[in-house]
Design a protein around this ligand. Structure first.
Ligand code: FES
Ligand code: FES
Length: 160
């Protein structure tokens, strides 16, 4: 039997009536047309589907829509403020840390959560925080550079 779920997505309240087993990923993409969240492996292995739920990273391919009830979801579409990209988005662009971009939404949201938790991570901490994100085309050196770059920007903003 369908259930009604109330959630907030990128600052906008939403209500969806759906099969309780329906994946959060599919609701975001198919009902809310937020296609920046990607379907990669569908098995929790690649991180392409990662969104933030109440600020915490969650793989939406493994999550039934019911986990979002009463929660705030952030997808990549909700990260910029107007025309101003988030520092992590800017850093990924500046460091050219993407090619096809399929993995990028999930990586950026993970990095945002990581840097909120730990504003000055070591390389080992970045690697551990980004563990479970798979990129098929770009490699990880530029991703590491981008996250270091974003960390520096965010720290200088918070001190400015
Ligand atoms: S699509 Fe969810 S982890 Fe790969
Ligand atoms: S940039 Fe293509 S999968 Fe990562």
């Amino acid at each position: 039997m369908d259930v009604t779920v109330r959630l907030n997505v990128n600052g906008v309240d939403k209500t969806i009536t759906a099969d309780p087993e329906r994946r959060l990923l599919d609701v975001l993409r198919e009902e809310f047309r937020l296609t920046g969240t990607k379907y990669g492996c569908g098995e929790g292995q690649c991180g392409a589907c990662l969104v933030l739920v109440n600020g915490e990273p969650l793989r939406s391919c493994l999550s039934p829509i019911t986990v979002a009830d009463g929660k705030s979801i952030m997808t990549i579409e909700g990260l910029a403020r107007g025309d101003s990209l988030h520092a992590v988005q800017e850093a990924f662009l500046e460091e050219e840390a993407m090619q096809c971009g399929y993995c990028t939404s999930g990586m950026i949201l993970s990095a945002v959560a990581l840097l909120r938790e730990n504003p000055n991570p070591t390389d080992e901490e970045i690697a551990a925080g980004m563990n479970g994100h798979i990129c098929r085309c770009n490699g990880y050196v530029k991703v590491m550079n981008a996250i270091r770059h974003a960390a520096n920007t965010l720290r200088s903003e918070s001190h400015g």
